[in-house]
Design a protein around this ligand. Structure first.
Ligand code: AP5
Ligand code: MG
Length: 192
């Protein structure tokens, strides 16, 4: 299964990807998680990225292409992947298409998890208390939503034009949304 998960900040991409990974046994590739890991290790790129992500701005396409290409070179990707957080603009969507064509692993499904802004702000406020992610402050969340609307939302059209996009309502419990994803992917739960 080769899946791209799309959706605004806090829509549940990471939560659902973790559940899908159990079901599908393919790697979850979250570019946000890769950046946070690099920042924690204190690499030059990680620290540069942190300065941008702490403000809710995107990291440059060139830096992201390098990170993505490195991750896609790992052997586990031959089984498929769940991409979360990439692509985030049309240039990245093109880069991804070219990279995956080269690997003969093109995207099969792009799934957009739709959640409205009010709910997003509530969910992220809760996570801010629980986890203290540096970019979960109210001001940064508003900027992340603005950047999403301006730069990332058009990526859905990119996949729709290629006949690959399905939209799923991201409202409801984690399990309800997971069941919707399984049905889009023509899978049933292991428990039946
Ligand atoms: P990234 O890490 O990708 O963050 P994001 O897109 O803003 O999304 P989040 O991780 O906040 O949300 P999510 O959709 O994964 O939701 P989650 O499952 O956690 O990117 C961070 C930054 O890195 C970017 O701003 C940018 O600076 C940089 N970056 C990353 N990729 C980049 C790229 N390609 N190019 C340039 N820059 C890049 O859920 C959210 C919360 O809600 C959780 O607490 C969860 O428990 C809860 N929740 C989930 N589902 C439900 C539910 N159904 N009901 C109630 N609560 C729920
Ligand atoms: Mg996430």
């Amino acid at each position: 299964m080769r899946i791209v998960l799309l959706g605004p900040p806090g829509s549940g991409k990471g939560t659902q990807a973790a559940l899908l990974v159990e079901q599908l046994g393919v790697p979850h590739i979250s570019t946000g998680a890769l950046l946070r890991d690099a920042a924690e290790r204190g690499t030059e790129l990680g620290l540069k990225a942190k300065a941008l992500s702490d403000k809710g701005e995107l990291v440059s396409d060139g830096d992201m292409a390098g990170i993505l290409e490195e991750r896609l070179s790992h052997d586990d990707v031959s089984n498929g992947y769940i991409l979360d957080g990439y692509p985030r603009n049309l240039a990245q969507a093109e880069t991804l298409t070219v990279l995956l064509e080269r690997l003969e692993q093109p995207v099969e499904e792009a799934i957009l998890i739709d959640v409205d802004a009010d709910q997003i702000i509530k969910r992220i406020a809760k996570r801010a208390k629980e986890e203290g992610r540096a970019d979960d402050t109210e001001e940064t969340v508003r900027n992340r939503l603005r950047v999403y609307a301006e730069q990332t939302a058009p990526v859905a059209d990119y996949y729709a034009e290629r006949g690959l996009l399905t939209r799923v309502l991201g409202d409801g419990t984690v399990d309800e949304i997971f069941q919707r994803l399984l049905s889009i992917l023509n899978l049933s739960t292991s428990s039946g």
